[in-house]
Design a protein. Structure first.
Lengths: 500, 638
């Protein structure tokens, strides 16, 4: 074939361009560190790269966000549960002492204060937050467990549906017709109106709240009303305060003030194995520190609005509680929250209130006895023989009442020991549940870290160049390019004319 | 006995021959780097010998230039042009594909859809961790917004490519026209010059150069025929030739004249997202006004490549069969039925009825629900059918204006249309802008439908029913209020706010949600009512949706986008390889052609020596003969 300068020129130029392109390609590979620069360089690598990148960024989300966040959440929960157990232990310690020892009235007064503040501390743990969100309130992370401000309780009322069962029956020992300090003068003036205090007991069920409305109450026992079960249902009012627990055998009494149901002998016997005692009642006076019914009961909240209307909000409690779950690995979910209603219960507060009430009553009767003794020593009273006789009678009765109450208190402390041991055990169970979940999270975290490292490596292996290879390729390309330049410049320089 | 002075004469022919030879060498050397120049060679012939009437017979009388010949092989020209058309076809396609690929550049870019979809997932997960968080809500809305922006941008870029391809088609057509004119004029000159048997070498070079260029624009063939005189048996051929040039089999120019192409903007678009003013190519009115079909299976060259990128729909245009016609409506049965998200016709547009071009004002479609629960269209009725008035129509009916749209009773033109095929534009077997646009439309419609259903099932922060998460903006920039299909079956109209309205260009996150992130739905109404601010049932479903392998036949939204970007990558790679192949083929043909035609300076240098020597010797002969005559005349016998 005839070969001309032009062909050589064209060919040489084309070849230079080729090797220049190769230098360009290898340089780009070296400077970007990537094998391919655009998808069409190698669609297979490209598509694999995209998938791996997505996986890596998803794992990064688990690693840096979800797992960390879950961990912090549970950390806060753990601390909070620890605090609750500590407070419960404090109450328990009082119970142990109280069951064995006798406190004097000053000590009792200070214990009452301590118990109340412990109760407040336990309830306020329910407002523990993580990143501004309440951790114990299920999905209602914007609502605290207990009312914390005056505004939140003003004008608010709830229709509450509480479900209890036969386990909630307990034998309440009280004193009927307790002597009352401000009535002493009345007793002296009219001894016939005086009725001696006496020991009484009745099976009682304590509702979650006290200070309830006396209207709008309904109780069913496995679906039957008291009347259908053959009993009379009465609502006691404040005028009957001295005989709250004095009920007829066929009677079931509702005491709005203390939030109790009291059962007559026959009623208790007939109903003691009831599985579901459903009580619906209304409460419209809440205090700061009370637990919000939102988180505990199926209830309807009536909330006054700024425009004067009332907004009704209906709350329901799902059976499993409201579990907040984080995705911590591909398709792996971890519950991070602990249900506040399992950790902090109305029973705790009520048990503490019961103790402080009993302590207070004992203090009251002691004060009453010292008042009577003072009156006996007082000439305005001890000159009158009837008065002296009556005072002595009162004193004797008061001693009996005090003995009863002291006995009640001791028993209450003894029961308190068991109760608070149980409470602690309940919370401890939650603690260990959180602990288990944190352990699980730790293991997942290790695995996610490993996966993250693996996928990063795979990603790199897929799309990154090996620098040794790239440098060698680049050098080769460079050498070829230089050679082609040198050769071409020589070829183009000379023609036959140079030699003629 | 020859003349005493014969030798001088013979030497003289030598001198003038070598003069001519070196002139040609000079011409060759001067044009060594002229594009399209063909090496010329002086062909020598011994002049007629004369009878000497001597025993030794004839005596030579020297040399003459027979002709100056172009060293060119027409076979290589044909080969070259055939393959150059293919090369240019792939080359322009590759050009556009690289551009389209760069719009969906996932490899180099850190902010492509891969990143965006990851961002959305992260934002949703952050939001599930704290559904009430204001920052998280904003982040979520922003992530969605960035993604819709990305899709809009890709679609806009695709449209820009379509505009560019269209402009290039116009330019290519006008270049073809100009070449046709120049080739015709050169042809005339050449014919005149060559009538007496000379060869117009340099004019032919010019013409060949133009034809080479033409072959890259559109596939063409050249037929060279001798000019003939006379009639019937007395017909004789002259040495002159005429050239007939055909593009894609249709005559472009011959000895009688040349034809011109013209571009005519489409009155209405074919695909929903086509830019306005895409052109079709017609022969000029003077040249018959027939359409020059860019979708012809045999068409090659840059023109074809541009057309494929501008109009390529991978044969996924709407196709069906006419089941009923009235005077101005056509009902078209779709078999298999078409999903709403795959419907890419404009509200008023153009369509082919039995391969004839018609236009419609409006459409309505019958839909039903298929076994997969998707809304599918089984029948579309186009109303207000019109046709474009041609010159002939205007001749018959003077009230009509050429190029405008007019109505005509369909039943009278062709009652047999029923049963014939109807389709939305041509089926172009190539993945061009309409194809990718269609893919993006399917993506945004399916995703919107899926997500809106979830988003509207829940309630916003205030407990109000959820709004559509994704909408489209109408011309005024307001959100469409979208309605899903109202029942199992029914009628969908072009004017309805169905998901057909959403496309890759106008897709956006509901502006009300962007404006007020309280309107983001994370959970059900019951949860909102109960202050369950950390419940996120709806959000979970949305997050799942983004990784739902059943959302598309291709899989998850990410996989769908991957299938789009891998389609373009694979296509680009394919043309890359074809291009490299064709480049090799064309180069090697060109090398062969150059091997024959190009000037070699070494060769010319050596010729120069040879001819110079010849010239010197001829001079020598002359002076020698001169001396001989001097001897004879001045010194002999005096």
């Amino acid at each position: 074939m005839r070969v001309t300068n032009q062909m050589i020129n064209h060919g040489a130029l084309k070849n230079i361009q080729h090797s220049q392109t190769r230098v360009g390609d290898t340089t780009t590979q070296l400077t970007t560190g990537k094998i391919i620069q655009k998808a069409s360089d190698d669609p297979v690598i490209a598509m694999r790269a995209l998938k791996l990148r997505t996986t890596v960024s998803q794992l990064q989300q688990y690693k840096d966000k979800n797992i960390k966040d879950a961990n912090s959440w549970m950390d806060v929960t753990e601390t909070s549960l620890n605090n609750i157990v500590k407070r419960l232990t404090d109450v328990y310690d009082y119970c142990v002492q109280g069951a064995n020892d006798t406190y004097d009235s000053a000590a009792r007064a200070s214990i009452i204060d301590s118990l109340q503040s412990l109760k407040n501390m336990i309830y306020s743990e329910g407002s523990a937050t993580y990143a501004g969100r309440y951790i114990f309130t299920g999905y209602r992370t914007g609502t605290d467990l207990a009312f914390s401000t005056q505004e939140s309780v003003d004008g608010v009322s709830y229709d509450i549906n509480e479900h209890l069962n036969s386990d909630d029956f307990y034998l309440k020992k009280t004193v009927t017709n307790p002597m009352q300090k401000d009535q002493i003068d009345a007793y002296l003036a009219d001894p016939t109106a005086y009725e001696a205090p006496r020991d009484s007991q009745a099976y009682t069920i304590k509702l979650a709240y006290d200070d309830l409305e006396d209207t709008n109450v309904a109780v069913t026992f496995d679906g039957k009303t008291a009347e259908e079960a053959g009993f009379t249902f009465v609502t006691k009012d404040a005028s009957q305060v001295t005989s709250y627990y004095d009920v007829a055998d066929d009677e079931i009494a509702y005491i709005p003030e203390t939030g109790e149901l009291v059962f007559g002998e026959n009623a208790y016997i007939a109903l003691q194995s009831t599985k579901d005692i459903a009580v619906s009642y209304t409460k419209s006076t809440f205090e700061v520190g009370d637990l919000r019914p939102d988180h505990y009961f199926d209830c309807i909240k009536h909330e006054p609005q700024t425009d004067g209307t009332i907004k009704d909000i209906e709350f329901t409690q799902p059976e499993k509680g409201q579990e907040i779950q984080y995705e911590v690995n591909f398709n792996q979910y971890l519950t991070v929250n602990t249900q506040g209603k399992d950790a902090i219960t109305h029973d705790m507060g009520n048990a503490i209130d019961e103790l402080s009430n009993a302590l207070k009553e004992l203090n009251d009767i002691e004060a009453l006895i010292s008042e009577l003794n003072q009156k006996l020593a007082d000439p305005t009273y001890n000159q009158n023989e009837d008065n002296v006789k009556m005072l002595n009678q009162l004193l004797a009765d008061a001693d009996v009442e005090m003995a009863l109450k002291r006995d009640n208190l001791t028993k209450l402390f003894e029961k308190g020991e068991t109760k608070f041991t149980n409470f602690m055990a309940d919370v401890a169970a939650l603690q260990s549940d959180v602990g288990t979940r944190m352990d699980k999270l730790d293991m997942i975290s290790v695995r996610v870290d490993e996966q993250y490292a693996n996928f990063k490596e795979l990603r790199s292996a897929n799309e990154d160049i090996e620098s040794e290879e790239a440098i060698i390729n680049w050098n080769e390309a460079q050498v070829t390019y230089n050679a082609s330049l040198a050769a071409t410049s020589n070829i183009l320089q000379t023609t036959l004319l140079d030699y003629l | 006995m020859p003349s005493t002075f014969l030798g001088i004469n013979t030497a003289y022919t030598g001198l003038s021959f070598y003069q001519a030879a070196n002139n040609t060498t000079a011409h060759n050397i001067s044009n060594a780097s002229t594009e399209g120049y063909t090496r010329q060679q002086v062909i020598a012939r011994a002049t007629n010998a004369i009878k000497t009437h001597q025993s030794y017979g004839m005596m030579g009388t020297g040399v003459t230039v027979d002709r100056i010949q172009q060293m060119r092989n027409a076979y290589y020209d044909t080969k070259y042009r055939l393959n150059f058309a293919k090369l240019e076809n792939f080359s322009i396609q590759n050009d556009y594909q690289l551009r389209i690929q760069s719009y969906i550049d996932e490899i180099a870019s850190e902010s492509g859809y891969t990143q965006m979809l990851s961002d959305i997932s992260s934002a949703i997960e952050d939001l599930t961790i704290d559904p009430s968080g204001d920052t998280e809500r904003t982040q979520y809305v922003n992530a969605l917004d960035s993604f819709t922006d990305l899709v809009n941008e890709v679609a806009n870029n695709l449209q820009q490519s379509q505009i560019d391809a269209n402009d290039e088609i116009c330019l290519t057509v006008s270049r073809i026209n100009s070449i046709a004119q120049q080739v015709f004029k050169l042809g005339q000159e050449i014919t005149v010059l060559e009538v007496d048997g000379t060869v117009a070498n340099d004019l032919r070079d010019q013409r060949n150069l133009l034809l080479d260029e033409l072959s890259g624009l559109v596939n063409m063939e050249v037929i060279e025929k001798p000019v003939t005189y006379g009639v019937g048996e007395k017909r004789v051929e002259s040495p002159a030739t005429t050239l007939e040039v055909r593009i894609n089999g249709q005559l472009l120019c011959d000895s009688m004249g040349y034809r011109q192409l013209t571009v005519v903007p489409r009155p209405r678009s074919i695909n929903q997202n086509d830019v306005e003013g895409l052109v079709d190519v017609y022969w000029a009115e003077d040249n018959g006004g027939m359409q020059f079909d860019l979708n012809s299976a045999t068409l090659k060259g840059k023109l074809r490549g541009l057309y494929e990128m501008r109009d390529g729909n991978n044969c996924e245009n709407l196709q069906g069969e006419m089941t009923a016609i009235t005077s101005d409506t056509v009902t078209m049965a779709l078999n298999p039925p078409v999903r709403i998200q795959d419907l890419n016709i404009d509200s008023e547009g153009s369509l082919l009825l039995n391969y004839g071009e018609y236009f419609y004002d409006d459409w309505s479609a019958e839909y039903s629900t298929n076994a997969e629960g998707e809304t599918v269209l089984s029948e579309i009725t186009f109303t207000g059918i019109k046709y474009r008035v041609t010159e002939d129509d205007a001749q018959i009916d003077k009230t009509l204006t050429v190029g405008t749209l007019a109505t005509r009773d369909l039943t009278t033109i062709d009652p047999s249309l029923v049963g014939k095929p109807a389709m939305q534009g041509d089926s172009v077997d190539s993945k061009g802008v309409p194809y990718y646009m269609q893919q993006l439309n399917e993506f945004v419609r399916t995703l919107s439908d899926y997500m809106n259903e979830l988003h509207t099932s829940g309630a916003d922060k205030q407990g109000n029913p959820g709004l559509d998460l994704f909408t489209a903006l109408d011309i005024k920039g307001n959100d469409f209020v979208l309605e899903g299909s109202q029942g199992e079956t029914g009628t969908l109209r072009a004017s309805d706010s169905s998901y057909w309205r959403i496309n890759a260009l106008n897709w956006s996150v509901n502006s009300q949600i962007q404006y007020d992130n309280d309107k983001v739905v994370v959970s059900m109404k019951e949860d909102i009512a109960q202050n369950n601010v950390s419940a996120h049932g709806v959000l979970d479903s949305i997050l799942y949706g983004f990784s739902d392998p059943k959302m598309f036949t291709q899989g998850t939204p990410f996989q769908f986008m991957n299938s789009v970007s891998s389609a373009i990558a694979v296509d680009t790679l394919k043309t890359d390889m074809f291009l490299e192949n064709m480049d090799y083929v064309v180069t090697s043909i060109d090398t062969q052609r150059q091997s024959v035609s190009s000037v070699d300076t070494n060769e010319e240098a050596s010729n120069l020596m040879i001819f110079q020597n010849g010239y010197n010797l001829s001079s020598k002969v002359m002076s020698t003969l001169n001396e001989m005559l001097n001897k004879l005349i001045n010194e002999t016998g005096v």
